[in-house]
Design a protein around this ligand. Structure first.
Ligand code: SAM
Length: 274
C-alpha cells in the first residue's frame, strides 16, 4: 500500500544534497571537469548538484539538468535557478532513456543516485554514451552500495529496517530492489560497453553535535520518510516500537540527542569514458 509522503520529494532531495554537500564538493572537485565544459545532469532532482557542478566549470560552462516531470523541473528552477550560477544552468523536462539532445553534444554526463530508479538501465547508459562526445566522461554516483549506519549500537534492528526498505523499494517494479540495482552499477556500465576508468567510494562521517544539515536529513528523510509509515506493515510491532523509541524526536531515547551519536554513509562514484 502506498503511504502519503511526509513532505514533497524534492524537499527530501534538498535535505539529502545538503547532508552530502562537503563530500559532494570534494568528489566533484576530484573529477577535474574542464573549465568551460558542457554537462548533462540526468535526473537532477532539487538541482543542488547541478549548482556544484556548474561552480567548478566556470562562467563559460553550462549544465543542463533534466527531470521527467514539469513539477520537478519547476522545483529545481525555483530552488537554484536564481542563484549566483543560475546563468550557467538550464532545467528541462527529459527522460534519461530517451534524451532530447543531439549526438556528442555534451562533454560529460553526471547521473547521481538516479540509475537505480531506471529499469531500462542499458537504454539510459546507451543514451549517455550517444550524447557524450568521444573521449567524454559518464559519471555515475550511487550512495550506499554498502549500507550506511544511522543507528550505531543497534545493528540488528538497523538490518531489519534496511531489509524492510529493500522490500519496499520493489514497489517501482522490475526484477531487482534499489539495493540490488545499485550494486549492479559497475556491471551495467560494462554491459553498455563503457570502459570504467575509476570506481571510488567516499565515506561520510557525522558526529554529535550534528550540524543542522545532518540532523535535518537523518530525522526527516531517513527516520520519518525512509523508515517511517511506509515500513510500518513490513515490521513486527516490537521492531516498530524499538524504531520509534530511537527515531522519534519526542522519545526520551531519541538517538540524535545522544552525545555519542554518529553516522557513517558511503558514496560511490564510477567514471566511464566513452
Ligand atoms: C534519488 S533522486 C536523485 C536526484 C539528484 N540527482 C540528486 O542527487 O539529488 C532520483 C531522481 O531521478 C529522477 N528520475 C527517475 N527516473 C528518471 C528518468 N528516466 N530520467 C531522468 N530522471 C529520472 C527522479 O525524478 C528523481 O528526481
Amino acid at each position: 500500500m502506498t503511504q502519503p509522503e511526509a513532505e514533497p520529494f524534492t524537499k527530501s532531495l534538498e535535505r539529502m544534497n545538503l547532508f552530502q554537500e562537503p563530500e559532494a564538493r570534494t568528489l566533484i572537485a576530484d573529477l577535474h571537469l574542464p573549465e568551460g565544459s558542457r554537462g548533462l545532469d540526468a535526473g537532477c532532482g532539487a538541482g543542488l548538484f547541478a549548482v556544484w557542478l556548474a561552480e567548478v566549470i566556470g562562467p563559460g560552462g553550462r549544465v543542463v539538468g533534466i527531470e521527467p516531470s514539469a513539477e520537478r523541473v519547476d522545483a529545481a528552477r525555483e530552488l537554484v535557478g536564481h542563484g549566483p550560477v543560475g546563468s550557467r544552468l538550464e532545467f528541462r523536462v527529459g527522460d534519461a532513456t530517451k534524451l532530447d539532445a543531439p549526438d556528442a553534444s555534451f562533454d560529460w554526463v553526471w547521473c547521481g543516485d538516479v540509475l537505480h530508479h531506471i529499469q531500462e538501465t542499458g537504454r539510459a547508459l546507451g543514451e549517455f554514451a550517444r550524447v557524450v562526445r568521444p573521449g567524454g566522461r559518464i559519471v555515475v554516483k550511487e550512495s550506499q552500495l554498502l549500507h550506511g549506519a544511522f543507528l550505531p549500537g543497534h545493528p540488528a534492528l538497523e538490518r531489519r529496517l534496511r531489509q524492510a526498505e529493500v522490500e519496499w523499494s520493489r514497489h517501482e517494479g522490475g526484477e531487482f530492489s534499489f539495493e540490488e540495482r545499485r550494486q549492479r552499477t559497475l556491471a551495467s556500465l560494462r554491459a553498455a560497453a563503457l570502459s570504467v576508468e575509476s570506481f571510488r567510494t567516499y565515506l561520510l562521517e557525522r558526529r554529535a553535535p550534528l550540524s543542522r544539515a545532518a540532523r535535518d536529513y537523518i530525522q526527516h528523510v531517513v527516520f520519518e520518510r525512509n523508515w517511517g509509515p511506509r515500513l510500518r506493515d513490513r515490521l513486527t510491532s516490537d521492531d516498530w516500537t524499538r524504531r520509534s523509541a530511537l527515531c522519534e524526536p519526542e522519545s526520551p531515547t531519541f538517538v540524535l540527542d545522544d552525545p555519542d551519536y554518529y553516522c557513517l554513509y558511503p558514496i560511490s562514484v564510477l567514471v566511464a569514458r566513452r
